[in-house]
Design a binder for this molecule. Structure first.
Ligand SMILES: *[C@@H]1O[C@H](CO)[C@@H](O)[C@H](O)[C@H]1NC(C)=O
Ligand SMILES: *[C@@H]1O[C@H](CO)[C@@H](O)[C@H](O)[C@H]1NC(C)=O
Ligand SMILES: *[C@@H]1O[C@H](CO)[C@@H](O)[C@H](O)[C@H]1NC(C)=O
Ligand SMILES: *[C@@H]1O[C@H](CO)[C@@H](O)[C@H](O)[C@H]1NC(C)=O
Ligand SMILES: *[C@@H]1O[C@H](CO)[C@@H](O)[C@H](O)[C@H]1NC(C)=O
Length: 502
């Protein structure tokens, strides 16, 4: 009996390995993800790297080149795009030693240590119209300086220089993708950059946001954002576009072709959907979009203008960031496929199976971050007897929300349904958690009190922050990373063996 059960378990384990191997071998290219770090309480880098590995991400895009993050990626097998913030572009463009220093400090050493850096993203969406042209003169010279520095360091073949651009650098006057071209006011600059990308073999990196189309135009047809057909398709010659992603991607392909650069590859630097902070930002739409997108590209069939060329993309984003600017909108802090603590927000099959009907078993659900340590189960709320008419209440809420994150409050958001007192409590708790549950952060001139009863209700979640002070010591973290690495490499060896047998 016991022996039979043991054999059964062994067989089951073999079956699991076979299924996992088959899905890995079928997948042409795994998807990437953006790892932003604008959090009040970031998870330890080693925890995030394990989260990436557990969920099968094989490439990650960063917004800078933080030492602790790159060190954690060492030997992970994950390909890395490092970034240079816009405020450094002027220095790098000025020539001199700045680019050499940047490459030496932020690339060369890490590559030597075994970090698989593939790209340097010089600037981030520098030509957004909201920047008023601030980076128009410095972006390309900065790219050239970094490329020259990489060449001097002997890394230019391995590490390519590019710039992630917002999708409004190209457009189509007729809305038909085949009429795509670069924006008139920066046309010459775009050709200079594309020429550089073409001659260095670097990709054009474009960020594509159907959510923003919907957010900025209430008449945007909702079903055109998703991937299940549309009541308002775009007919372009012999091609019918039923989703805005393909149309957007091909508008860029047409712009490249029109200008003689049809061979430049395209990488989707950011694509995703937020879950909170706006009426169109919720877990249901986010799951529909992200699962639709992942399944759409999983077969490697490409887009109408690039058939058979797999779409190379980085989801935006990995984890919610409570410190992001909300100037674009309150949704800005809710792009993660994971919550602040590395718990998944909704089921998502990164293998593209989707829908929950077959397609990838355990991979249909994201795996949570492991070993996360939280603060105590304590929350801060408005005292039951408090008078909402009291001027101090409004002032306290403004103060709390100015320093902490209250973007889950508002019309049709996750906490949009709570009553006025619940609103105040939400703000108090958000501040209290941000301040690591310091007693002094749950006073608000006598209006607040701490409780061990979770005030969360329905979709409105009152969080308990993670304990950043109790992060696993570096030694412990990397020891576990080492085990994970060894397990991963033995699995890899098994897979290699299998692929030879197949
Ligand atoms: C990269 O290198 C530059 C120049 O050495 C340095 O100022 C910068 O802080 C480094 N780190 C990041 C994250 O860019
Ligand atoms: C761009 O110009 C507008 C209007 O003049 C101004 O409000 C805004 O702050 C400027 N933005 C930047 C990044 O300079
Ligand atoms: C960029 O250069 C042009 C031409 O040299 C100049 O007129 C413009 O003011 C510059 N823009 C910025 C933001 O420096
Ligand atoms: C694209 O074509 C140009 C001109 O034929 C060539 O110089 C360049 O190397 C090609 N680039 C890529 C990435 O194939
Ligand atoms: C709760 O707060 C939000 C955001 O400040 C506000 O829009 C909403 O009207 C408030 N709800 C109630 C019931 O007071």
């Amino acid at each position: 009996m016991a022996a039979a059960a043991g054999a059964g378990r062994a067989l089951a384990a073999v079956a699991v390995v076979l299924v996992a191997a088959a899905s890995l071998l079928r997948r042409s290219e795994a998807i990437g993800v953006n790892w932003g770090t604008q959090l009040s309480h970031p998870l330890p880098a080693s925890t995030v790297v394990r989260l990436l590995q557990d969920n099968g991400f094989d490439k990650v895009k960063l917004f800078d080149a933080e030492d602790s993050i790159l060190s954690a990626l060492k030997g992970s097998g994950i390909q890395v795009m490092v970034g240079i913030p816009n405020d450094m572009l002027a220095d790098l463009a000025a020539g001199g030693k700045a680019a050499d220093d940047w490459v030496a400090k932020n690339v060369s050493g890490h590559v030597r240590d075994g970090v698989d850096i593939r790209y340097v993203a010089v600037g981030n969406e520098p030509f957004l119209e909201t920047f008023n042209g601030t980076y128009l003169n410095t972006t390309f010279p900065a790219m050239q300086s970094i490329h020259a520095a990489l060449s001097k360091a002997g890394l230019a073949d391995k590490v390519k220089v590019t710039v992630p651009l917002n999708a409004d650098v190209y457009q189509s006057p007729t809305a038909k993708p085949s009429d795509g071209d670069f924006r008139g006011d920066i046309h010459g600059l775009m050709l200079t950059i594309v020429q550089f990308l073409s001659s260095t073999g670097a990709p054009f990196v474009a960020n594509v946001y159907p959510f923003i189309s919907l957010y900025s135009d209430p008449n945007f047809p909702l079903d055109y954002a998703f991937f299940q057909g549309s009541s308002a398709p775009v007919v372009d010659g012999g091609v019918t576009y039923t989703n805005t992603f393909d149309a957007n991607h091909d508008t860029l392909v047409a712009a490249l072709r029109r200008n003689g650069f049809g061979n430049v590859s395209v990488v989707v630097g950011e694509v995703g959907w937020p879950t909170d902070g706006d009426a169109s930002a919720n877990p249901d739409y986010a799951r529909r979009f992200n699962q639709g997108f992942v399944s759409h590209i999983a077969g490697g069939q490409g887009t109408p203008l690039r058939p058979g060329v797999p779409v190379d993309a980085y989801l935006f984003s990995l984890i919610d960031e409570d410190r992001k600017s909300i100037q674009p909108g309150n949704f800005e802090r809710h792009w993660g496929i994971f919550n602040y603590d590395g718990t998944p927000k909704y089921p998502l099959s990164l293998a593209g199976g989707g829908g929950g009907n077959g397609g990838g078993g355990s991979s249909a659900t994201l795996k949570a971050a492991r070993g996360v340590r939280y603060l105590e189960k304590r929350w801060c709320v408005l005292k039951p007897g408090a008078d909402l008419g009291d001027q101090k209440v409004g002032d306290s809420v403004s103060y709390a929300c100015g320093l902490a994150d209250c973007t889950a409050l508002g019309y049709k958001t996750s906490c949009g349904g709570v009553d006025a007192k619940g609103n105040v409590s939400y703000a108090f708790n958000s501040y209290y958690q941000t301040m690591d549950q310091d007693d002094r952060a749950c006073d608000f001139r006598g209006l607040a009190t701490a409780t061990s009863v979770d005030p969360s209700a329905g979709t409105c979640r009152f969080i308990v922050e993670i304990d950043v002070g109790a992060a696993a010591p570096a030694g412990g973290g990397s020891a576990r990373g080492g085990v994970a690495g060894r397990v991963a490499s033995s699995v890899l060896a098994a897979l290699l063996l299998m692929s030879m047998l197949l």
